[in-house]
Design a protein around this ligand. Structure first.
Ligand SMILES: Nc1ncnc2c1ncn2[C@@H]1O[C@H](COP(=O)(O)OP(=O)(O)OP(=O)(O)O)[C@@H](O)[C@H]1O
Length: 298
């Protein structure tokens, strides 16, 4: 946990200026992702997930704050660096299957395309694309065009395209959004294999709780900030069964702000003002009234 994170966003702000209104899509977002991990990003519609992914993938620039992926500074990067970053360091899979692939090229040619842009020789391209498609369970579909593939197969080809230049990280924005549950599960399983077998870092934006329940780490975004995280670990119980333990954490920003989950606030009637007390190993949070009753006895 002490190693430098592969992805580091600090106090990220993105303001969209339209004709008469200003939308603060990101309002001081912090996010660190360790290399080799798989992270799901969840949040209500409009919470800023796609905006974050747009910045991380080099398509958009933040209004303020810092964003770094590996050695790339996404804020100060020049246009040519941006192009190099997008071609060599990151891969993307979008929700719309049609956006990921060139319709008149075969699956094989689609996967070769980014390698060609990076100057790889044709033999290398062909071999590597074939291997990638085989590892995604598509060896027998390499010659088909996107229109001749199912939605799930198209998304798996898109994963192949994203991996073509061996990026350190793959970003996916609702990659299973247009698929039915069973097909979505297959595509998600392909991401998990990519992460486990290749060690590629995977950041996946999803609405799908079934997806977010299956990754080690789920980060929730609320109102343009990271608000809470769930970390899952697997252990084997006394009967030899694998047990998944999920623990929820609140995100503490550098100014010391954290968000209490709505359920906790409601359960104890925590509103507007709470009483804090520093104990030797934790911080207590009490409803304001409670403090009045204790009357300085402590
Ligand atoms: N180009 C834009 N111009 C103006 N406002 C925008 C633009 N893009 C996004 N927004 C606004 O920024 C906020 C965050 O949008 P964003 O698309 O990042 O949310 P999201 O969490 O990805 O939502 P969804 O799950 O619906 O895709 C929203 O209020 C949205 O209306």
């Amino acid at each position: 946990a002490t190693a430098e994170p592969l992805i580091a966003c600090e106090n990220l702000v993105r303001i969209y200026q339209t004709a008469d209104v200003e939308v603060q899509a990101l309002q001081g977002l912090d996010l660190h992702v360790a290399a080799g991990t798989m992270v799901a990003i969840v949040g209500a519609s409009g919470s800023g997930k796609s905006t974050l992914l747009g910045i991380l993938s080099g398509l958009d620039a933040p209004t303020a704050g810092a964003a770094r992926v590996g050695s790339w500074d996404l804020v100060s990067m020049s246009a040519s660096d941006r192009l190099a970053y997008r071609r060599s360091s990151v891969g993307f899979v979008w929700q719309q299957t049609a956006r990921n692939l060139v319709p008149y090229l075969s699956a094989q040619r689609n996967v070769e395309l980014p390698m060609g842009l990076n100057g790889a020789r044709s033999r290398v391209r062909a071999d590597r694309a074939r291997d990638l498609l085989a590892s995604l369970g598509l060896a027998d579909k390499a010659g088909r065009r996107p229109g001749e593939l199912s939605g799930g197969e198209q998304q798996r080809v898109a994963i192949g395209v994203a991996l073509a230049n061996e990026p350190a990280v793959v970003f996916a924005d609702e990659p299973t959004g247009e698929l039915d549950t069973a097909t979505g599960d297959e595509v998600f399983a392909a991401f998990r294999r990519v992460n486990a077998e290749r060690g590629t870092t995977v950041v996946i934006v999803t609405h799908d709780a079934a997806v977010s329940d299956q990754v080690q780490r789920t980060v929730a975004i609320r109102d343009g900030r990271t608000s809470s995280e769930v970390l899952r670990s697997t252990s084997v119980d006394e009967f030899g069964e694998a047990q998944v333990t999920a623990r929820e954490f609140a995100v503490l920003d550098r100014a010391g702000r954290l968000q209490l989950p709505a359920g906790y606030r409601q359960a104890l009637g925590l509103e507007k003002r709470v009483r804090l007390e520093l104990e030797s190993d934790h911080v207590g949070v009490w409803p304001e009234d409670d403090g009045a009753q204790a009357g300085g006895e402590r």
